[in-house]
Design a protein around this ligand. Sequence first.
Ligand code: SAH
Length: 352
Amino acid sequence: MTENLKSMTQQEIGAVLKEMGQPAFRAKQVFTWLHKGAGSYEEMTNLPQSLRVQLSEKYPICVPQVVRRQESQRDGTIKYLWKLSDGNCVETVLMRYHYGNTVCISSEVGCRMGCAFCASTLGGLVRRLEPCEMLDQVLFTQIDSGLPISHIVLMGIGEPLDNFDNVMRFLELVNSPDGMNISMRHISLSTCGLVPKIDELAKRKLQLTLSVSLHAPNDAVRDTIMPVNKAYPSEELLAACRRYYAATSRRISFEYAMIKGVNDSEENARELIRRLKGLPAHFNLIPLNHVEESPLEPSSRAAVARFQKCLEDGGITATVRRTLGGDIDASCGQLRRKYTKEKSAARSGNSE
Ligand code: SAH
């Protein structure tokens, strides 16, 4: 990938422009234009014409293209499938909550974590996203929808902590006062549990919310649905969560996909209560979204309600995630998967 100004901090853009003999104030001008979604340097009317030409030759601006856009008739959720500059596709979902418009963005093309219930990982990892490609998902969702974005969740395709440096840089960019200026407190980052990276994140003491995809009360269950648990067993993961809380004072949010007969019994809930003792935590119970390729089934509504009550009786707050966009394949990786399958079906159809 060519060097991209949109992945650079304002200071770094300043260094590039200084090399080109430009005064210091130009950095803010260029940064501001890029973070407003400018598609070309010609739009940057406060820059000298000669600089616009120089920049366009050296640092082409990439803008993702909308391949598919699906809007839920039920709740206004909009799902985008974007084509990146190299032809790969990623998904972004815009959800309209009472507290603000929230985008769920992807951090990688595909994923190598192999969770048994997840559509994003079925084709493995293709590549990691650049910082500007994460920023563009927020920016162009806002531009296309005309809805101001105030919240971000890194819960789309990919494992954000497996793309650590680019994700950290994206967070810095999207948080910039001269850019989208989205507060860290309005950002959630979800991980399947890469322990060393959780420790690295803790050191940065960011005010974001860390979501941990726990999905199981113990190793016996977690091993069967999340291969990452073999590398970082749940005991180590929970210890890392305790260290994270000690370092940041930020309550951890645990994701828990409710899977029929696998992790949804009251005994499972009681085990969680015992193991999480003393750690301020919030549980997001997500009824499993059925993925065609997987035999796993969602828990019944009654089982979810029983599980929630059991956690709450044990002093753990738990909410059942409202499923938005159920009519538009809006969960993790499903739209990209469908699109890729359609394309390959069309290709093999052509060759016959
Ligand atoms: N890789 C990160 C973030 C991506 S997925 C992580 O693992 O946390 C965001 C959340 O959706 C995760 O908690 C993930 O486990 C969950 N998820 C994936 N597929 C799902 C499905 N079919 N049904 C319910 N939740 C799912």
